[in-house]
Design a protein around this ligand. Structure first.
Ligand SMILES: Cc1cc2nc3c(=O)[nH]c(=O)nc-3n(C[C@H](O)[C@H](O)[C@H](O)COP(=O)(O)OP(=O)(O)OC[C@H]3O[C@@H](n4cnc5c(N)ncnc54)[C@H](O)[C@@H]3O)c2cc1C
Ligand code: FES
Length: 302
């Protein structure tokens, strides 16, 4: 993985306004925030949202410490910048987010973290393997790949149909086991998706890493030049990374840790990585500033 230029560029605290906040499936919401301006940002980066009324710092509900969310899309226009996130309401902060209405003020810090590295020339297709609420950074990555002219396939997993945070394209079958333009978020970037659910309630039945491995078995020609990107629950990412690395495919993982500051100060977000320069051949890195995107071959899965 080569160094990404510019990811340490400017960041700031922004007071945004809610454009929309719609329920997209059980427990999941798409939140669009608008700010007058935002420094350059790339897929894989995240923002730290203050999940409480910006002026009352949590005294009347919400969370006092900012919460991290991947940027799931970003549109720059003449009147400002729209930042899209998908969030799952699981706790005090995300339940506060779920109640937001158009026009409400929201404070966020960002853009933060190290983004995905786009494929080198000749590396193609990009295989995007995501699980549940790990899908948002891959949605924005799909758009960047399209802009760079890199073909991609998305492998989208969730426990059940009603926990998949993607909209279905009406009339497009997603149960054949072959990628199709079945999920709107990927289809609008021209990326076919293969959907898998643990219980078979949508797409093919099975865990998304197994479905991904079976697809690679059916398409051995991909092992020559494909590059893999993954984000989701840690066991899913680990399984995906092992499948990719066993086949000699480069793989980038977008990790998640509990984060307080998001800027390298609190040390709450450590990740163990291989480091031949360190006395014991491994070292801690910070998920917020050295990641969240890491080279899968470097990660020591605990
Ligand atoms: C880089 C990064 C990107 C993320 N992107 C997204 C995203 O796009 N959409 C999204 O919905 N979520 C995302 N998350 C997870 C999100 O930050 C947490 O769900 C959120 O902080 C929960 O806040 P809360 O106040 O609602 O939950 P809390 O009330 O604080 O906690 C509720 C439960 O969730 C657990 N929890 C809280 N934070 C995390 C975490 N970071 N990892 C694992 N378990 C956690 C707690 O242990 C507790 O069991 C991301 C996390 C990171 C680090
Ligand atoms: S979240 Fe504070 S150092 Fe990473």
């Amino acid at each position: 993985m080569t160094e990404v230029e510019g990811h340490k560029s400017a960041k700031g605290v922004f007071l945004a306004r809610v454009v929309s906040n719609e329920s997209i499936c059980r427990e999941h919401y798409r939140l669009v925030l608008s700010v007058p301006e935002l420094p350059p940002a790339q897929p894989g980066q995240f923002i730290q949202i203050l999940c409480t009324e910006p002026s009352d710092l949590g005294w009347t509900g919400g969370a006092f410490i900012r919460r991290p969310f991947s940027i799931g899309g970003l549109r720059r226009g003449s009147t400002g910048v729209e930042v899209e996130i998908l969030h799952r309401a699981i706790g005090i902060g995300t339940r506060w987010l779920a109640r937001l209405q158009p026009g409400d003020p929201v404070s966020f810090l960002g853009p933060l973290g190290r983004p995905f590295v786009l494929p080198d020339r000749g590396q193609s297709p990009a295989l995007l393997v995501g699980g549940g609420i790990g899908l948002p950074p891959l949605i924005w990555l799909a758009e960047s790949l399209q802009a760079a002219g890199v073909p991609a396939i998305a492998f989208c997993g969730s426990r059940t149909a009603d926990l998949l945070p993607l909209r279905r394209e009406p009339g497009v079958d997603c149960s054949s086991g072959e990628p199709a333009l079945s999920c709107r978020e990927f289809a609008r970037a021209g990326v076919p998706a293969l959907v898998a659910t643990d219980d078979g309630s949508l797409g093919v039945r099975g865990l998304v890493p197994d479905v991904f491995a079976a697809y690679l078995d059916r398409h051995p020609e991909l092992a020559e030049s494909a590059v893999v990107y993954t984000c989701g629950p840690e066991p899913m990412m680990r399984a995906t990374a092992e499948i990719a690395l066993r086949r000699g495919l480069p793989c980038q993982v977008c990790l998640e840790r509990m984060m307080a500051c998001g800027m390298g100060t609190c040390q709450s977000c450590v990740v163990r990585v291989r480091d031949t320069q360190a006395p014991s051949d491994w070292a801690y890195r910070l998920c917020c500033t050295d990641g969240p995107v890491f080279n899968a071959a470097d990660v020591i899965w605990d």
